[in-house]
Design a protein around this ligand. Structure first.
Ligand SMILES: [Zn+2]
Length: 350
C-alpha cells in the first residue's frame, strides 16, 4: 500500500471558461471555484497542471457521427444559442468542446505513458449525456467515452472500466459500449431523475451483456448508502473484471446541497468513494486512474468534494471537512441492494 503523498495531474485550461451562459447551472463559475480550492495543494507541489491538447476530428468521430460533429461546428458559427431545451452553446463552444474531449485524451495519455498515475481532468463542457448523434443534458461530445476508445485503439487495452458516480445516469456512455465487453460501464445514480435511463435491467446486449451495471438509487441516499453499494457491488465487480485502467465520470452533484438533485453525500462520502476506486486501480491497473469532470452545481460544495477526491487519491492527509452521520443504511437502500444482487448475480460472483 502506498502511504506517501502522491502528486495528482490536473488537466485544465482557461479556455474551458469560454463556454458559459449567465446563470445556467453548468457555467464557468463551477471551474473557478474548483481551481480556487486547489491553490494550497498546488503551492505545496501536490498537483501537476497539465495543458490539454484539443481533440482531432477523427478522435471525436470514434464515438460520434461525422455529420453530428460538423453540425455542432455549424451551429456555433451560426450564433445558435441552444441545441436542446437545456444544452446551450456560444460561438466558441465547438472549439472548447474539442478542448474538453482533448482534456480527457491528454489525461489518458499522461496516465498511460506513466508520467503521472492519477489524473483529474477539469474539463468542460461535460460529456456523459452526449449520444452518438445528439447533444443532451449540457453535453456536446462524450469526453470519457472518447478517452475509453483511445485507450483501446492507441494502447491496445482489452479491459477498460468506467465508473460513473455523477448523480445522473450516463446514458451516452452506456449506449456507446452496451454491446461491447471491452468496456465495463458501472453507473450509480438517482432514480427517478434526469434522464430516466439506467434502470436495473439495462445490463447490455450481445457480447456486452453483463458489462453494463446500473445502480439506480432512491433520492436521499448519503454516505452510508453509497458505501453499501461500493463494498457489495462496485468494488467486487471491478475486482472480477480486472480493468487495465479505471476511468471515472466524476460529477459532484450527489453532494447533499446540490440544487439539481436530491442525494445526501458529504465530503467524506466523496473521499471514501475515491479511496475505494483508487485502491481497486492499484490492485488491477498499476494505480492508473483518470477522472473526468461531469456535473456538480453547488459551487462551493462540488469544489470541496473535488478537493476531497484528490485528497483520497493522493493520500494528502488533509482534514476531510464535513462528515455525515454514521447511521445505518435506509431500508429502501437495503431492499434496492437485494434487487441489484438479483439482477447482477447472473453475471458476477456477488
Ligand atoms: Zn449530473
Amino acid at each position: 500500500m502506498v502511504s506517501q503523498k502522491e502528486t495528482i495531474g490536473i488537466v485544465y485550461n482557461e479556455d474551458y471558461l469560454i463556454h458559459t451562459q449567465g446563470q445556467h447551472p453548468e457555467r464557468k463559475e463551477r471551474l473557478e471555484h474548483i481551481i480556487r480550492v486547489l491553490d494550497k495543494p498546488a503551492a505545496e507541489g501536490l498537483v501537476n497542471m497539465v495543458d490539454p491538447v484539443p481533440a482531432e476530428f477523427e478522435e471525436i468521430a470514434l464515438i460520434h457521427d461525422s455529420e453530428y460533429i460538423k453540425s455542432i461546428d455549424e451551429a456555433c458559427r451560426s450564433g445558435k444559442k441552444f441545441l436542446d431545451m437545456d444544452t446551450y452553446i456560444v460561438p466558441g463552444s465547438y472549439r472548447v468542446a474539442l478542448l474538453s474531449a482533448g482534456g480527457a485524451i491528454t489525461g489518458l495519455r499522461k496516465v498511460m505513458n506513466q508520467n503521472i498515475r492519477k489524473v483529474f481532468a477539469l474539463n468542460r463542457p461535460p460529456g456523459h449525456h452526449a449520444e452518438r448523434s445528439r447533444a443532451q443534458g449540457f453535453c456536446l461530445f462524450n469526453n470519457i467515452a472518447i478517452a475509453a476508445e483511445v485507450a483501446r485503439r492507441e494502447y491496445r487495452l482489452s479491459r477498460v472500466a468506467i465508473v460513473d458516480w455523477d448523480v445522473h445516469h450516463g446514458n451516452g456512455t452506456q449506449h456507446s459500449f452496451e454491446s461491447d465487453s471491452g468496456v465495463l460501464f458501472i453507473s450509480i445514480h438517482q432514480s427517478p431523475a434526469y434522464p430516466g435511463t439506467g434502470q436495473l435491467r439495462e445490463t447490455g446486449f450481445g457480447d456486452g451483456e453483463g458489462f453494463t451495471v446500473n445502480i439506480p438509487l432512491p433520492p436521499g441516499c448519503g454516505d452510508v448508502e453509497y458505501e453499501l453499494f461500493y463494498s457489495n457491488i462496485i468494488i467486487p465487480v471491478l475486482d472480477q473484471y480486472k480493468p487495465e485502467i479505471l476511468l471515472v465520470s466524476a460529477g459532484q452533484d450527489a453532494y447533499r446541497h446540490d440544487p439539481l438533485a436530491g442525494m445526501s453525500l458529504t465530503y467524506n462520502g466523496y473521499y471514501n468513494m475515491a479511496e475505494q476506486l483508487a485502491d481497486a486501480a492499484e490492485r488491477w491497473a498499476g494505480g492508473k486512474i483518470l477522472l473526468c469532470l461531469e456535473g456538480g452545481y453547488h459551487l462551493e460544495g462540488q469544489a470541496g468534494a473535488v478537493k476531497q477526491v484528490l485528497n483520497a487519491l493522493g493520500r494528502w492527509e488533509l482534514p476531510r471537512g464535513e462528515i455525515g452521520p454514521a447511521l445505518k443504511p435506509s431500508r429502501t437502500a437495503e431492499s434496492r441492494l437485494e434487487e441489484v444482487f438479483a439482477v447482477q448475480k447472473e453475471y458476477w460472483d456477488l
